[in-house]
Design a protein around this ligand. Structure first.
Ligand code: NAD
Length: 251
């Protein structure tokens, strides 16, 4: 580990962590011994989620961050370095939906989803890589989706999530020589507020469960366990990969 202590290695930012998958991922990484910074555009939600983790003895705090603001992303990384002394983990999890059939999709719907899901991951990763390079260690996980393979009504979301796969693979090639791994996770449907707030949620969930080899939808713990593994020392030889946590559904 050269001069890098274990404590210095284990500080992670999880974006979109006020609720849903991000909150559960932060809890799991915290339980694994990472200091976790929960970053969300809903700063109050992130602070409440972090306070709940702190009552379980996890070193966690919540912060305001809109991932589409490149300057704010850089400022957060600098603040975390100054406060925690290191930054060695990043989960680019923030995401939004703005579904519409292709012929009805507005410019704003298309660009908004790209900005949050794809540009956000780029801004955070660009700012997080230098301290990881200095530490000679890092773990980055990008939250893609099974939708990267295409979904009707989600041209924007599919494009963003496929873009994340390309971003992941390029970053993995650039950063691997610094012992920084970069992987994507492609969850199938997971019951979170993102899905439950959809007008046809019940239908969509039942259909997804039927389409899976393991005939149920995912849980946030299914996804958090995958991040935990990719963040572990055991996964140091896995990079540039897309882990499908989708009950066996591909495409
Ligand atoms: N739930 C699923 O079935 C599913 C499946 C595949 C992939 N995903 C992906 O997993 C991730 C998390 O999804 P979820 O189901 O937990 O969603 P969610 O809507 O429950 O939570 C998303 C979080 O991201 C935050 N967020 C949104 N825009 C942001 C921004 N600009 N800056 C910072 N934070 C922002 C929201 O405030 C919210 O707390 C997303 O990237 C989503 O695309 C979800």
């Amino acid at each position: 580990l050269d001069a890098v202590t274990v404590e210095e290695r284990k500080v992670a930012i999880v974006t979109g962590a006020a609720r849903g998958l991000g909150a559960r991922i932060a809890a799991r990484l915290g339980a694994d011994g990472w200091v976790v910074v929960l970053a969300d555009r809903d700063g109050d939600g992130a602070r409440s989620a972090a306070e709940r983790l702190a009552t379980d003895g996890i070193a966690a705090r919540g912060v305001d961050l809109d991932v589409t603001d490149a300057a704010a992303a850089t400022a957060l990384i600098e603040e975390v370095l100054a406060t925690e002394g290191a930054l060695t983990g990043l989960v680019n999890n923030a995401g939004v939906l703005a579904d519409a059939p292709l012929v009805e999709m507005t410019d704003e719907q298309f660009s908004r989803v790209l900005e949050v899901c794809l540009f956000g991951a780029f801004y955070l990763s660009r700012a997080a890589a230098p301290p990881m390079i200095r530490a000679g260690f890092g773990r980055i996980v990008n939250m893609s989706s099974r939708a990267y393979m295409g979904n009707p009504g989600q041209a924007n979301y599919s494009a963003a999530k496929a873009g994340l796969v390309g971003l992941t693979k390029s970053m993995a090639k650039e950063l691997g020589r610094h012992s920084i791994t970069v992987n994507a996770i492609a969850p199938g449907m997971v019951e979170t507020e993102m899905v439950l707030s959809h007008p046809k949620a019940e239908d969509i969930i039942a259909r997804a469960a039927r389409a899976n080899s393991v005939p149920r939808v995912g849980t946030p713990d299914d996804i958090a366990a995958a991040v935990s593994y990719l963040f572990s020392d055991d996964a140091g030889y896995i990079t540039g990969d897309v882990m499908h946590v989708s009950g066996g559904r591909f495409g």
